[in-house]
Design a protein around this ligand. Structure first.
Ligand SMILES: Nc1ncnc2c1ncn2[C@@H]1O[C@H](COP(=O)(O)OP(=O)(O)OP(=O)(O)O)[C@@H](O)[C@H]1O
Ligand SMILES: [Mg+2]
Length: 360
């Protein structure tokens, strides 16, 4: 292999020796030799000349305060799956990804390897999982995707729930022309981002990958990997509607997500069910945040649900009146721009720094 140029080398910023050891090992696995900076002033020297910057939580605040700090291709990498402050730091850093090791090390290796060909992943990726059946997870996923699209962001909505009936039906777009999962079941390896984007059904600028009405009921893991990798390259935001019972493809999607949102109705039995869902999520997803749908029948507060599940509360939302009829009539979940569902989606995207504003 020829000598790598400075841009081909990722910048690693941390003074945490254990984290640095992990990162050096993953760089070696990716075939790249990093520049290592132990503090922000050392980082500043090469800040603008590398394609990818990996920042440890120990240096995140210092780097965020650096001027000029904002740039593309910044990844925050930690080792504590329960550290709720990670994504707050990620927002202040303008990080495109938050990854927790060791669960998300494959994603990091792929990002690091991308330095060599300039193919750094771009999209913020949010997975949505229901804490119980019918919690409203698919509806929230579709509404998040619609809200991101309204912000001018290139958005991909991926239906990873084989038994969910099709996310296209939530949006009322089942007639849209383009590829569905059965068409991609044999996909693997590297898909061209632009070709995939152009081949998927589109509603305004929102692209989606859903099911058709045939009977394929599992997504092969290599297909999910190939689709998400290309989808993350070709979009600004990727939203994944995940099943509660995780299969291999869902695990793959969760491991590639910037954040997982667990949606739980404010009900005692929903908390019990969500505890079980959460146990399987914790093994593969990080960070996980809670969205509570209330009010519950006995007035349980969202903070009580968060305490019971020991999750950071990302948002609480009230029911969207009339939504059952909208969905049944194929009108989509976003009919009321000032309703609780759109408000919840907007605040979730804001908190993650998914601001948009200009067409992608
Ligand atoms: N924000 C909301 N406010 C009020 N009702 C809602 C809301 N979201 C969803 N619903 C109602 O809940 C029903 C189920 O929603 P949805 O299919 O999104 O749930 P889910 O968690 O994805 O279910 P599944 O367990 O089948 O995956 C919808 O048909 C709608 O009637
Ligand atoms: Mg669903």
């Amino acid at each position: 292999m020829s000598e790598s140029s400075e841009a081909d080398r990722p910048l690693v910023v941390t003074a945490d020796d254990r984290l640095l050891d992990d990162l050096l090992r993953l760089c070696a696995a990716a075939g790249v030799t990093p520049e290592v900076a132990r503090d922000a002033s050392a980082a500043r020297r090469v800040w603008g000349s590398v394609r990818l910057v990996v920042v440890g939580p120990d240096r995140a605040v210092e780097v965020a305060a650096m001027s000029p700090a904002r740039r593309d291709g910044v990844v925050l990498v930690g080792t504590d799956a329960d550290d709720a402050s990670m994504w707050v730091r990620a927002v202040s850093l303008g990080a495109e990804h938050v990854l927790v090791l060791p669960g998300q090390q494959d994603t990091l290796i792929e990002l690091l390897a991308g330095c060599l060909d300039g193919a750094v992943l771009r999209a913020i990726t949010l997975s949505v999982v229901g804490g119980r059946g019918g919690a409203g997870a698919s509806t929230l996923a579709a509404a998040l995707a619609a809200t991101a699209t309204d912000r001018g962001l290139g958005t991909l909505l991926v239906d990873a729930d084989p038994l969910g009936g099709g996310i296209d039906m939530v949006l009322g777009t089942e007639d849209a022309v383009g590829l569905r999962w059965p068409d991609l079941a044999s996909a693997s390896g590297r898909l061209a981002a632009q070709s995939l984007r152009e081949a998927l059904p589109q509603v305004r600028s929102l692209r989606m990958l859903s099911w058709d009405r045939s009977d394929l009921v599992t997504i092969p893991v290599p297909s999910m990997r190939a689709v998400l990798t290309a989808g993350q390259r070709g979009h600004d935001v990727v939203i994944v509607d995940c099943p509660r019972r995780l299969d291999g493809a869902a695990v793959e999607a969760l491991a590639r997500s910037t954040m997982t949102l667990l949606l739980v109705p404010a009900e005692v039995r929903a908390i019990a069910a969500a505890t079980r869902v959460l146990a399987s999520l914790r093994a593969v997803a990080a960070p996980i945040s809670l969205v509570v749908r209330g009010p519950g029948p006995s007035g349980l507060d969202a903070s009580v649900v968060a305490d019971a599940l020991e999750l950071p509360l990302a948002a609480a939302m009230r029911p969207e009146r009339g939504i059952a009829e909208w969905l049944d009539e194929g009108l989509g979940p976003v009919r009321r721009r000032r309703g609780p569902l759109v408000g919840c989606c907007a605040s979730l995207l804001d908190r993650l720094g998914v601001l948009g504003g200009a067409p992608a």
